[in-house]
Design a protein around this ligand. Structure first.
Ligand code: GLA
Length: 404
């Protein structure tokens, strides 16, 4: 999918073409290529690479395992993704986070830690692909990763070529050890390197909201973190999730706000809190990157992570990020318009006890005949009439689909 025309279109949007003269030369050189069908795709930047047309779904090692990664863990996780029904539910990326790296060889090529990944990343990617899944990897734009492994600074193209040769499908690029660097400049350079490496690779920016990436990252990446790290507790998850309001205009097919990976199933939240986490991320059209041990999930965790009606909201083809339409302190109502004209609605109770919350039909422009369905519990609830009231548990949610 990535053509010279696309690279050209990409560099026009980046900082590499700085003056009119080089623009003119580039234009003369590549003008004929712009007449190819791919040329039309390049004009809107990275978002048109046709990757991540819906928010990416997968798994990442960090939230549960931190630095304790190995090829055995990744293989077993891929097997569990298939056997648990996660793959069938839409999860496809198996992403290794920090600590897979060893050191560089004499030519400066990145080599995986031989103790943790004795077969190397290429063999692992082949194995993951044979299961119908995709492999993701992690690195850092600076000198070292957050855990002190080699970063890619000044090795951008070399490393992207290595990853492409290994068969990597998704790259998360962190922002530790980047003193004095400009995030837009560095990430644009990395985007150009990915394009030159010639393999379609989902590009995930992880600079924790520095320099408001939603303003520039949509043109160069598929997703970008909008906050610092999530933690497996309600207050941090809620802080991050509800903070996304106002960012909805920057998100859409091919380019997504990323409020960080899921903590569902890691044990630090109640059932209602995890239901809030999953429902809110779906309403936000957030990437659904599970962060628990897929090999030992409880049925409750598996049911929540694979809830088809909630996932359908997240993966809706229109790709509209939801927003808050009503708030009264810790009581919030969020709405996400869906492709078929219906709306996903979340009644979120952030108070410290249960509360009866009321959705007025006019808040979401619904007719009195609009039908209501409870998505978390798969129940039809009749029509809205003038309003709908439901008791929402402490830190919990009632998630609805409202259809005319
Ligand atoms: C940062 C990122 C995390 C994780 C760690 C790994 O904190 O935000 O998601 O990748 O680095 O070191």
């Amino acid at each position: 999918m990535i053509s010279i025309a696309m690279i050209y279109g990409a560099s026009l949007q980046g900082k590499s073409v700085k003056n009119f003269r080089s623009l003119l030369i580039a234009g003369l050189l590549f003008a004929p290529l712009l007449l190819t069908p791919c040329a039309a795709q390049s004009s809107a930047g990275f978002a048109t690479s046709k990757l991540a047309q819906t928010p990416p779904m997968g798994w990442n090692s960090w939230n549960k395992f931190a630095c304790d990664v190995s090829e055995r863990l990744i293989r077993e996780t891929a097997d569990a993704m298939v056997s648990s029904g996660m793959k069938a539910a839409g999860y496809q990326y198996v992403n290794i986070d920090d600590c897979w790296q060893g050191s560089r060889d004499a030519q400066g090529n990145m080599v995986a830690d031989p103790a943790r990944f004795p077969s190397g990343i290429k063999a692992l990617a082949d194995d993951i692909h044979s299961k119908g899944l995709k492999l993701g990897i992690y690195t850092d734009a600076g000198t070292l990763t957050c855990e002190g492994r080699p970063g890619i600074l000044n090795h951008e193209l070399q490393d992207m070529k290595t990853y492409a040769a290994w068969g990597v499908d998704y790259i998360k690029i962190d922002w530790c050890n980047t003193d004095g660097l400009d995030s837009e400049v560095q990430y644009t350079k990395i985007r150009d390197a990915i394009a030159k490496a010639g393999r379609p690779i989902v590009f995930s920016i992880c600079n924790w909201s520095i320099d408001a990436p939603w303003r520039w990252a949509p043109a160069i990446s598929n997703l970008w973190r909008t906050t610092g790290d999530i933690k497996d507790n309600y207050s941090r998850m809620a802080e991050i999730g509800f903070l996304q309001n106002g960012l909805e205009k920057f998100s859409g097919p091919g380019h997504w706000n990323d409020p960080d990976m899921l903590e569902v199933g890691n044990g630090g939240m109640t059932r209602d809190e995890y239901r809030t986490h999953m429902a809110l991320w779906a309403i936000l059209a957030a990437p659904l990157i599970a962060g628990n041990d897929l090999r030992t999930m409880t049925p409750e965790t598996k049911d929540l992570l694979t809830n088809s009606e909630v996932i359908a909201v997240d993966q809706d083809p229109k790709g509209i990020q939801g927003r808050r339409v009503w708030g009264e302190g810790p009581l919030e109502i969020w709405v996400k318009p869906l492709a078929d004209g219906s709306q996903a609605v979340g009644l979120f109770n952030r108070t410290e006890g249960p509360f009866k919350m009321k959705l007025d039909a006019h808040m979401i422009g619904a007719k009195s005949s609009a039908r209501l369905r409870d998505l978390l519990d798969h129940r039809d609830l009749g029509t809205i009439k003038d309003s709908f009231t439901a008791e929402v548990p402490k830190h919990g949610v009632v998630m609805l689909r409202v259809s005319q």
